[in-house]
Write a protein that binds this ligand. Structure first.
Ligand SMILES: CC(C)(COP(=O)(O)OP(=O)(O)OC[C@H]1O[C@@H](n2cnc3c(N)ncnc32)[C@H](O)[C@@H]1OP(=O)(O)O)[C@@H](O)C(=O)NCCC(=O)NCCS
Length: 175
């Protein structure tokens, strides 16, 4: 298994992964989110990674830029992440996340956010401590799922900071 940046030829396989991995309630909106990310140019940096094995794409994730309003801080959000059900529990999701985090860290990113199950994301160092200080663009349905990690611990905002996300994530139902 290896991880690489996705290209336009991967779109169909990527959509199939999310469609099969997510439950009925979420899959349509997640597939739409992926298509929007991969087909719309944006001034928010977007990194799309696939996990590939024997020429077959079996996992996918996107890290997209988050802008801190009135602060010049480099930040990203991880969303979405999925692995083909037939290939889950073999460390592929972990490899995708770690690959992205290593890359972002090497590029000087300071914060990475995620909105998901802490039971899964805590293994990478994501946590909820002080996460209320980072105000997402929409009201969260599950406050406990709003997590982040900080690569460089030297600075921390003293007052709540408002965040802006890439256009594909600008849908209240995703938050
Ligand atoms: C979440 C997901 C990407 C993990 O991929 P994976 O390749 O199976 O994950 P890994 O093999 O790296 O890790 C497996 C571990 O994650 C745990 N795990 C998987 N999904 C989880 C979830 N939604 N919440 C909490 N833990 C989860 C497994 O129980 C396993 O735990 P263990 O290491 O203690 O045994 C995959 O299960 C998936 O595609 N799920 C559906 C889509 C989804 O829910 N994505 C968002 C996640 S919040």
């Amino acid at each position: 298994m290896h991880i690489r940046l996705s290209n336009t030829n991967d779109l169909e396989a990527i959509c199939a992964i999310h469609h099969s991995a997510f439950g009925e309630e979420e899959r349509e909106s997640i597939v739409e989110l992926v298509i929007n990310f991969l087909s719309q140019p944006s001034d928010y940096d977007t990194l799309s990674f696939v996990a590939e094995e024997d020429g077959i794409v079996i996992g996918h994730t996107i890290f997209s830029e988050i802008k801190f309003i009135e602060h010049n801080t480099k930040a990203f959000i991880l969303a979405p992440l999925a692995v083909l059900p037939s290939h889950q529990n073999r460390g592929i999701g972990t490899s995708l996340v770690k690959h992205g985090l290593n890359y972002l860290s090497s590029q000087g990113t300071e914060f990475v956010f995620v909105y998901g199950d802490p039971k899964y994301y805590s293994r990478f160092g994501f946590h909820t401590e002080n996460s209320k200080n980072f105000v997402p663009p929409y009201t969260l349905q599950y406050l406990h799922g709003w997590q982040y990690l900080q690569f460089n611990k030297s600075s921390f905002p003293a007052t709540p900071i408002h965040l802006s996300c890439a256009p594909p994530l600008r849908k209240p139902e995703l938050w």
